[in-house]
Design a binder for this molecule. Sequence first.
Ligand SMILES: Nc1ncnc2c1ncn2[C@@H]1O[C@H](COP(=O)(O)OP(=O)(O)OP(=O)(O)O)[C@@H](O)[C@H]1O
Ligand SMILES: [Zn+2]
Length: 712
Amino acid sequence: MAPPILVQVVVDKPLAQGFDYLWDQEALGVAPEIGHVVEIPFGRSTLVGLVIKVSDHSEYEINKLKSVTKLAPLPPMDAAALRLMNFASQYYIHGLGETIIPTIPQMWKKSSDWEKTLEKINPSEVKKPQKKKIEEPARSEGYIDESQLNEAQENALNQLRVSGVENEFKATLLQGQTGSGKTAVFLNWLKTILNVEGSQALILVPEINLTPQLERRVRAYFPNKKMVVLHSGVSEKKRGVAWYEAITGKAQIVLGTRLAALTPMPNLRAIVVDEEHDPSYKQQDGIRYSARDLAVWRAHDLKIPILLSSATPSLETWMAAKSGRYQYLRLDQRAQGASLPKVHLINTKDPQNQFSPGDANKPVAKISLSKPLVNAINKNLQNKKQSLVLINRRGYAPVLSCSACSWLSKCQQCSSYMVMHKAGALGRKPVLSCHHCGLVKTIPTHCPDCGNADLKTLGQGTQKLEDSIEEAWSSARVLRVDTDSSRKSKGAEELFQEIHDGNVDIVVGTQMIAKGHDYQNIGLVAVVDADSRLFSQDFRAAERLFAQLVQVAGRAGRASKDDEQSGDIYIETQFPEAAVFQYLLRHDVDGFLSHIANERDEAKLPPFSYQGMVHAEAKSLDKAIQFLNALKGHLKTQGLISQGLRVYDPVPKSMVRVAGVERAQLVLESDDRRQLQDVLEAIDLDLRDSSQGRISKNEKVRWLIERDPISI
Ligand SMILES: Nc1ncnc2c1ncn2[C@@H]1O[C@H](COP(=O)(O)OP(=O)(O)OP(=O)(O)O)[C@@H](O)[C@H]1O
Ligand SMILES: [Zn+2]
C-alpha cells in the first residue's frame, strides 16, 4: 500500500503551529505543493488554509486525522513569497497563518466559489484575445520620455542602471525636493527593467487618494504592460482578480499601498517605494508590519534592486544612505525650472499680525486668519492663482461647550471629545461625532448638565474655516476637501480634478490634499494649525510635521518659471523659533535630519536603538497596567532583562480609552536587534501559554506585541 500523504496547513488563528491533515489522492489528485491554498474542516466549520509542509508521517495518530476537502485552483505561492511570509511572521512576532491568510483577498477565501471565480477570470481571456495596443505613450498624463530628462535626472537614471547588476541586492535612496522629477526617474528606470520579457515590478505608494493620478501616469509609461492596482479602495472582486494576475505572473506591474507589499510575484525584478518616509506604510493593527522595511528585506532576499524615493526621507533611510549602506542619489532642482516656494512664518503672538477690533481691513468679523495671511490671500486671488488653506481637523468644531457650566462634549466611550459637524449636503442634521469610535449623536438643545440653552463651539475645523472663508471672499470659489466631503456625492478624485481644472480659487482641506498631487496653479499654501502637532509625547512628532510641511509647501508654484511667482507658504505659529520651522525656512532637509539625528543619538532613541512594544487592552486601565507590570516582573525573575535591554514602566496610551476599552503599553528598547528579538519571542511564548488566542486567561487582557513601533 502506498504511504499516506500528509499535509500541514496554517489557518488565520493566532497560533504558532500548523495542523496535520490527510490528503486523499482519489478525491483530490496528486499531492499538493507547499504554498497551495486548500479548504479544510476545522472544528464544526471549514476554513481556508495554506499548505506549509507535505510529508508521509505525522506525530498524531493518522486515522484520527481529518482530510483536506478542496484544493484551490491557484498556483502555489512561490518559495520566495513564502520566505517573505515566514520572515514577517518571525520578525513581527505573529503566527504564520495569521500572517499569510489575511494577505489572500476575500474572493479566494470563499472556497465554495473557487471554480466559479476562476471561470469568471479565465474564459474571458480565451473568448476575446487581448487586442495588441500600439506603443504610444499618452504624453498628457505626465509622461516624460528619457530624452526629456534633465541632467540631474539623467544622471540618477544612469546610476540606477549601472548599479542594477543582475542578481545583486541594491537599495537606493532617491532624495529630491518636491517637483524635482523623482517619479519621472523611477518610471524610466522601471521601463528598462520591464523590457525583459515576463519581469514584474512592484510600486508601493502611501495612500489611496494618491493613486488615481499616479495610476494614469504609470499606465502612460507602460501602455503594453498589464498593470494591476491594489489598495483598500479597490472592490473585493477587482482585488481578487488583481491578486490572481500578480501571483500567476500575468500582471507585470503591481501598484499598491502597504497591503500590496506581501503579494506573491513570482518574477519580481524591482521594487519602488514612493514617499518612503510616510507613516502609512506601517500597518496599525493585526500584524504591525512596515511595508517599506519588508520591501527592503524582500529585495535583499531576491537579490534585486529597490528604490526608495522621498523629498524628506525617514531618518532610518537617510542614515543608511549617508553611511553608504544604500546608494544615495539626489535631485536638487525642480524639474520644470521653478524655484521652491518662499516660506513665511507668521508669529501669531505678535500684535502686528492680528487684526485689531474695528480694523477696516478685516474681511469679516469671525475670520480667524492672521492679517498677513489675509493680505496674502487677497494678493494671490488678484494674481489669479489658487490658494490652499490647510487645517488638520475635519468637522465644524472640535468641541461643543456650555457657556454656563463646565460641560464639554466628551465621548462616553473614549478619552476624547465629540466633534461638531454642521448640517451635511445630503440633508443630514448637524451632529456630534467621535472620530475614534464612530459614535454619532444629535446635538443637544440644552446643556445635559445644567440645562442652559447657550451652547458654544470651541476651536475650528475644516467646515467652520470654509464658512468663514466663503463669507470673507464671497466672490471666490471655495472648495472643501476632507474625508467627509470626499465621501459625499463627489469622490476624492473628482474634488482633486476640480482643483486641477482651475474651477476653484481657495481650497480648505486636511492633509489629504497635500500629498503627491501635481497641481499646476497653486500660488499660496497656508497652514493654520501646525502648533497642534508641534508638541507631543511621541519623539517622532517633529520629523512627521517637518515632512508634512515640506509636502504641502511642495504643492505651491510647481510650474512657475518666473522667480517672482515661485509660490509662498505661510505658517501661523506661536513658536516661530522651533527647529522644525527654522530648517523649513531654509529648505534645509539635510540640516533638519542631522539635527534630529543628534537628538536621537543623545537620547539613544531609534534608529540608534531598537524598540518593541507590548500593547494591553482591558475593561479598566488598572487591569491593563497590572498585566504589564506582572509581565515586567516576570521578565526580571526569569533573568530575561540582561545588560543593554531597557524595559520601561507600563504607561497609559496617550488616548487611553477607545470605544469603551482602556489601553496601556510597555516599551522595550535595546542597542542590539537580536537581543530585543529574543526577549520579544520569549514574551510571546510566555503570553501564549497563559492565553486563549490573544486574551490572557486569568485577567482577560488582550495583548499584542509590536516590533519597531512608530507611535509611542
Ligand atoms: N525633465 C523634465 N522636464 C520637464 N518637466 C518635467 C521633467 N521631469 C518631470 N517633469 C514634470 O515636473 C513635475 C514634477 O515631476 P515629478 O512628479 O516626477 O516629481 P516628483 O519629484 O516625483 O514630485 P513630488 O515629490 O512633488 O511628487 C511633473 O509635472 C512632471 O511631469
Ligand atoms: Zn468615542
